[in-house]
Design a protein around this ligand. Structure first.
Ligand SMILES: [Zn+2]
Length: 256
């Protein structure tokens, strides 16, 4: 059992290393596979033994071996975190169905994680990640739910925020939600269904507004600061998808 934990951790940490590249390259429109990883300052190629998740960062003391440019602590932390997530999602039995579900749910978490960090840093939710999420959600929903569930979920997830944004734009001349946010709601509707996606829209708006108010009260944000909204959608969605019983107990607070 212990050795299985190690296998899943190493697998997760390696994927975490790949996600670091995705998070850096995708918003900069650099190809994910080419060129190979290199130091962003002196362009020195990073050899495979300098690219071992977590360990290389420790051996290199967080610096480029040639120019000593410090590497972000984000890299080993992401590798560690995704390694732990892989253990957390580890299937109870190793039959093909459980392994397939592991890859689906692990992949979805990785995609949401990249979405989160890219939106915080660059205020975009890339289409390619939304498409990946949409297809993964569809795989799960096709196995578990009737068509009316995911079709109405996607329709509500798209139309409701879209129409509110449109109305808001006509009334105030400001764009409330970005296109990426609306697309994310639409794909989440596929797995959350009609009720789940409405819960997500209201809760993410609530937490987003609460966060803005607190930041304004602390003087860290002004009325015109543009806030990435994706992270709020994602945090709520992670609870809904990965901790459904906890979320049900929480949502019973306001549903009758
Ligand atoms: Zn360097």
């Amino acid at each position: 059992m212990m050795s299985l934990y190690i296998v899943f951790f190493i697998f997760g940490a390696m994927i975490g290393s790949f996600l670091n590249a995705v998070i850096y390259r995708l918003p900069r429109k650099i190809n994910i596979a080419h060129p190979r990883s290199h130091c962003t300052k002196c362009k020195k190629l990073i050899y495979w033994y300098e690219n071992i998740p977590i360990l290389s960062y420790i051996f290199l003391r967080g610096k480029c071996s040639k120019c000593k440019e410090p590497y972000s602590i984000q890299y080993p932390l992401v590798e560690l975190f995704i390694g732990l997530v892989s253990i957390f999602l580890m299937p109870r039995s190793l039959d093909s169905m459980s392994i397939m579900y592991f890859f689906l749910y692990f992949g979805i978490f990785c995609a949401l994680f990249c979405h989160f960090l890219i939106d915080v840093k660059h205020q975009i939710l890339p289409d390619s990640i939304n498409i990946y999420l949409g297809l993964s959600f569809l795989c799960i929903s096709l196995l578990k739910n009737p068509p009316v569930f995911y079709l109405s979920g996607a329709a509500i997830g798209f139309l409701f925020p879209y129409l509110v944004t449109l109305a808001f734009y006509h009334l105030k001349g400001q764009q409330g939600l970005g296109g990426g946010d609306i697309k994310l709601f639409a794909v989440l509707g596929i797995i959350l269904g009609p009720v789940g996606i409405i819960n997500n829209i209201f809760l993410s708006c609530f937490f987003g507004a609460l966060f803005s108010l607190v930041m304004m009260a602390l003087g860290k944000m002004s009325r015109t600061t543009k806030l990435a909204f994706g992270p709020f959608i994602i945090i709520v969605a992670v609870f809904q998808v990965y901790f459904p019983t906890l979320f049900k107990q929480f949502s019973s607070l306001w549903s009758i």
